[in-house]
Design a protein around this ligand. Sequence first.
Ligand SMILES: *[C@@H]1O[C@H](CO)[C@@H](O)[C@H](O)[C@H]1NC(C)=O
Ligand SMILES: *[C@@H]1O[C@H](CO)[C@@H](O)[C@H](O)[C@H]1NC(C)=O
Ligand SMILES: *[C@@H]1O[C@H](CO)[C@@H](O)[C@H](O)[C@H]1NC(C)=O
Ligand SMILES: *[C@@H]1O[C@H](CO)[C@@H](O)[C@H](O)[C@H]1NC(C)=O
Length: 197
Amino acid sequence: GFCSSVCVEVPSETEAVQGTDMKLLCISCMKREEVTASTVVEWFYRPQEGVKDEPIYEYRKSNHEFPSRFSGRIQWNGSKDMQDVSITVLNVTLNDSGIYTCNITREFEFEIHRPLFQSSRLIHLTVVEEAGEDFTSVISEIMMYILLVFLTLWLLIEMVYCYRKVSKAEEAAQENATDYLAIPSENKENCAVPVEE
Ligand SMILES: *[C@@H]1O[C@H](CO)[C@@H](O)[C@H](O)[C@H]1NC(C)=O
Ligand SMILES: *[C@@H]1O[C@H](CO)[C@@H](O)[C@H](O)[C@H]1NC(C)=O
Ligand SMILES: *[C@@H]1O[C@H](CO)[C@@H](O)[C@H](O)[C@H]1NC(C)=O
Ligand SMILES: *[C@@H]1O[C@H](CO)[C@@H](O)[C@H](O)[C@H]1NC(C)=O
């Protein structure tokens, strides 16, 4: 195209709110514009670790949706150049949480050989009941306040401590001066100041 953008492999969002449409982002920047390539995309789903992957969607020259509990709820959301091979799951339910796998097989059509490249992306999706404030942002806000209070206290303690240390040092210095120099201050002044006539 006349407006070929730079391909960046952004990872997918991993949290969705039930009842909304969730785009499962899968980007694979393997294609080079000057080389023809055919791409096959397979999307799988498994509810949890250790369970068999179930095919839910396929793109192989044309789009194909497998009969599954996602039937009728998956839309192709990829780009024309097949760098972005994302799908969107409509109206997600809490049951749609799980592991989605996006497998891409690309066959490059060079003159003499046709190398195959495969890549795979995993998306651990969590569907939540409602959009609350992001838990991590709440935590970091609380942490920020704790840190602020702590820093203020620490600063105060440090100031008091320093003040005490300085005044003690001053006292000690004065004591030292009076104890060991044994020169009365008037005398000292008299000695130090040259007599001008
Ligand atoms: C994803 O698909 C929906 C509906 O097909 C469309 O409205 C939307 O623009 C698409 N988004 C992207 C980024 O392709
Ligand atoms: C979304 O799914 C719920 C339960 O599966 C259903 O009751 C609701 O009508 C659906 N909403 C849309 C917009 O399809
Ligand atoms: C989720 O799955 C369980 C068992 O597969 C089913 O009983 C339940 O109705 C499902 N809930 C929704 C909201 O689809
Ligand atoms: C997806 O691709 C990866 C890496 O090529 C492979 O290990 C995995 O078995 C594939 N998944 C499925 C369900 O075919």
